[in-house]
Design a protein around this ligand. Structure first.
Ligand code: NAG
Ligand code: NAG
Ligand code: NAG
Ligand code: NAG
Ligand code: NAG
Ligand code: NAG
Ligand code: NAG
Length: 324
């Protein structure tokens, strides 16, 4: 579960890679990790891949293959017991000198990936449902007022998740079908709804759940973090310490492959971008559990928009006047 970054010894990687390169279709330069807590950091240092089988119960396995110079990976897994429990979180960690970074100093958090989740190619089964596969695809982040504590997955006060997909009806902490009008934000045409509640580790978890599974994305997710302080759920003084993209695997009766291509993550420090009107539908404000107090300075400002509109119209006017 904890995530201080460690590099898997280079020699062992080479040995594993050669071993698996001969035994499977993987090319010899691929890196294969199968143990409970194995890690591989890309040559640039930007990303660390981890098996993170924190809930392994002996009922299956999870191997990850990293290929195409650390821009692609496959995780092939199966767990036959305890279908309600997370068994592993094969993931990619963003390594950046900018982290930990205060939310008030987060200008962009770009995350892109194209992924598939399907029965492994050697499996005869055609659908995930046929093998009772349960999993999610998420960005998992941690934040705390103390920058040192923020750089961990267990110590921070807050966990923030973005659920791009869920299989077999998995839902975030705090989800209930009786919550009919959760706060909603739209990112690149996808609606994300906010659910919240404590986890068993005593952390408070905010989860943004996509309205339907999103397989391809390349977007700045920082508006989903900024919403939390703009709407007074958490303070903008919190430091974002850990950013990871991966899949929480729960259950499957035969191998599933989670395959990720065109992966990238990057973070930019600076002034948070103002919200846009499209990202703050008015229908959500009435149901937000935390009543809005004062409007934060970064919020969409209707009078500013009016000034900009008038300025634009006047500019067009002056062209017309000068032109005639
Ligand atoms: C991989 O990283 C985890 C989390 O930081 C750490 O606990 C583990 O010891 C690392 N594994 C190896 C083989 O170094
Ligand atoms: C990764 O998974 C995809 C989809 O299942 C498959 O087509 C591809 O061959 C796999 N690549 C490796 C190196 O295992
Ligand atoms: C692989 O990544 C490293 C570090 O980012 C880069 O220097 C190298 O050119 C890349 N190789 C290929 C084949 O893309
Ligand atoms: C299932 O995947 C694991 C790697 O995670 C592999 O070792 C095992 O051979 C696969 N099983 C089958 C039946 O393909
Ligand atoms: C914002 O983050 C950058 C990069 O880490 C840092 O250099 C700068 O001092 C920070 N600014 C503030 C106001 O914290
Ligand atoms: C929106 O999503 C599409 C499809 O993944 C992607 O190609 C595009 O770059 C995204 N746009 C933004 C602004 O993130
Ligand atoms: C990933 O994003 C960074 C920052 O935007 C960019 O410099 C880099 O070229 C991207 N890498 C890939 C493989 O797209």
């Amino acid at each position: 579960m904890p995530t201080p970054l460690a590099m898997y010894p280079a020699l062992s990687i080479l040995k594993l890679a050669v071993l698996f390169g001969l035994a499977s279709s993987a090319s010899p330069s691929d890196v294969v990790l199968c143990g409970k807590y194995e890690n591989y950091t890309t040559p640039s240092g930007a990303f660390t891949f981890s098996t993170n089988q924190w809930g392994a119960d002996g009922s299956g396995e999870d191997c990850i293959t990293i290929f195409n110079n650390g821009t692609m990976f496959n995780s092939t897994w199966k767990w036959s017991h305890n279908p309600q429990s997370v068994h592993s979180f094969p993931n990619i960690n963003l390594n950046s000198a900018k982290l930990p970074l205060q939310l008030s100093n987060l200008s962009a958090l770009n995350i892109g990936a194209s992924w598939t989740m399907a029965p492994a190619s050697r499996t005869k089964k055609k659908s995930l449902a046929a093998i009772s596969a349960a999993a999610d695809v998420v960005v998992d982040m941690f934040a705390d007022l103390d920058p040192t504590r923020a750089d961990s997955t267990t110590l921070p006060q807050y966990e923030v998740m973005i659920w791009f997909a869920a299989f077999d009806g998995k839902k975030p902490i705090g989800y209930s079908s009786s919550i009919t009008n959760p706060p909603t934000q739209t990112l690149n045409d996808t609606d994300f709804s906010l659910y919240m509640g404590p986890n068993t580790n005593g952390q408070y978890v905010y989860s943004w759940l996509a309205s339907s599974n999103v397989n391809n994305f390349d977007t700045d997710i920082s508006p989903l973090l900024h919403y939390l302080w703009r709407e007074k759920y958490i303070s903008e003084s919190n430091y974002l310490g850990v950013v990871q993209f991966g899949s929480e695997t729960f259950h499957a009766t035969s191998n599933v492959t989670f395959s990720v291509r065109n992966f990238n993550m990057s973070i930019e420090a600076g002034t948070p971008k103002p919200t846009t009107s499209a990202a703050t539908p008015s229908s959500t404000s009435s149901s937000a559990p935390n009543p809005k107090k004062s409007q934060a300075s970064g919020r969409f400002n209707p009078s500013l928009a009016l000034v900009m509109m008038v300025t634009t119209i006047c500019t067009i006017c002056s062209w017309v006047i000068l032109g005639t």
